[in-house]
Ligand binder design. Structure first.
Ligand code: CTP
Length: 409
């Protein structure tokens, strides 16, 4: 494959050198197109030595070749890493004042952009608007990783690790012979997906809580699969201890009330909302300000519970046209109805477009690596069945989501 690697001016440019090596070792031809100011971080000689190809920022270096047009036309994939706020702004505005920006206007292949900058610059409305513009055009903009930035700062803005950028970029180039649902599809490019995962904790006092055993594994698999298919993904993670892959925006919450606030804030922008979190149905009516103590010979305390809001039902009721709302239902069959019948009723009751029903009487425990679901639509028809790893289940569910999105166009 012919890959163009755009590099702009950031301290993380050194990671692009590692990315370049990995891409070359995987057998790809890579042409590096630096911006002029990026030479302050990594020089031209490094790019030329590692790629075995010339590296220039100049449009007028080899005029008879019309390099900016030829480069763009010959590319199978473009990666810009790191992408500064300035490069995002130029690309969003369609400016063309160097070889990288002119090339971005001529390419027709998938483009992956990995921004890296200080948190304030990343969160600035101007940058976020530019990112939204680019995503709207089908450019895959990775969420920056969260962590230590240059100096003492910490927050979202770090360049993801080179192998993570390579994996996300290569996943955008779908090989025609690959089976659907293996993470190689790009049917969610330009889409926004919000996934909740984990389990809520409802505090009783400063040290105790009511909770559940959900680990968030299925929600993370969904977030990862959606990102691999090109979506911009936000994971609203309730008490998730597992690692979340880079490129996924993570919002951490603890209680059902916090989860509801974050989901409602993000849902209006989302094309797809998935409620994979296990939400506590009840919470203590009051949280004691101090630790509840035993009293010698005293009675055990009674903890009064109140019902939590049904977040999925609220999202279903408040949805905008074309948006796809997905729920999960853990069910056991009983004398009144089968597992799937209970799930169907729940899909209708909560206004979910799709409900992934799993039979929890089958002994599949929380945190297990595999899962088995039957997916029904709002009318109760079975639209998918999947058994396998949580990633395979995620892809089968996203195939059904993709079908609904395509039908809504
Ligand atoms: N859910 C929610 N808010 C709640 C409870 C559940 O959004 N307060 C969502 C879950 O995230 C899941 C779906 O609703 O997507 C079904 O969850 P489940 O616990 O099976 O539903 P309940 O309404 O709690 O039904 P049941 O009476 O069977 O426990």
């Amino acid at each position: 494959m012919r890959i163009i690697l755009g590099v702009s001016a950031g301290i993380a440019a050194y990671k692009a050198a590692l990315l370049l090596r990995q891409l070359r070792e995987a057998g790809h031809a890579v042409r590096v197109v630096p911006t002029e100011s990026s030479y302050a971080f990594v020089g031209r000689a490094t790019w030329e030595a590692l790629s075995g190809e010339p590296a220039t920022h100049e449009v007028f270096d080899a005029v008879p070749d019309v390099a900016h047009v030829r480069l763009g036309q010959g590319a199978d994939l473009v990666i810009v890493a790191p992408a500064t706020a300035d490069v995002l702004a130029k690309a969003a505005a369609g400016r063309a004042d160097d070889l990288l920006t002119t090339t971005l206007l001529t390419v027709r292949c998938p483009v992956l952009v990995a921004p890296a900058m200080h948190t304030e610059m990343w969160l600035h409305p101007a940058t976020q608007a530019n990112v939204a513009t680019l995503r709207g055009r089908g450019v895959h903009v990775l969420e920056p990783a969260t962590g230590r930035l240059t100096g003492a700062d910490s927050g979202p803005g770090r360049l993801p690790e080179p192998h993570e950028i390579a994996a996300a970029a290569l996943a955008l180039v779908a090989g025609p012979a690959r089976p659907a649902g293996d993470g190689s599809r790009t049917d969610l490019a330009g889409r926004r997906v919000v996934v909740s995962a984990g389990g809520t904790l409802e505090p009783i006092d400063p040290v105790r809580f009511l909770g559940n055993r959900s680990t968030g594994r299925q929600g993370i698999a969904l977030a990862e699969a959606a990102a691999a298919r090109g979506a911009a993904v936000t994971l609203v993670a309730a008490n998730v201890q597992l690692e979340v892959p880079a490129g996924i925006e993570v919002v951490r919450v603890e209680t059902a009330a916090e989860l509801e606030t974050e989901m409602i804030a993000r849902a209006p922008e989302a094309d797809v909302v998935v409620m994979a979190a296990a939400v506590a149905d009840f919470r203590p009516a009051r949280t004691a300000a101090t630790k509840i103590k035993k009293t010698a010979g005293g009675a055990a305390p009674l903890i009064e519970l109140v019902e939590n809001p049904d977040i999925l039902a609220g999202l279903g009721a408040g949805r905008r046209p074309g948006q796809v709302i997905v729920g999960f239902a853990a069910e056991t069959g009983d004398e009144r109805a089968s597992v799937v019948e209970h799930g169907r009723a729940k899909a209708r009751r909560k206004g979910a477009d799709l409900m992934a029903i799993n039979d929890v009487s089958a002994g599949r425990g929380f945190g297990a690596p595999d899962n088995a679901v039957v997916v029904v639509d709002q009318g109760g028809d079975v639209v998918a069945e999947a058994t396998g790893s949580k990633r395979e289940v995620a892809d089968a569910l996203l195939d059904a989501v993709g079908g609904l999105l395509a039908a809504a166009r």
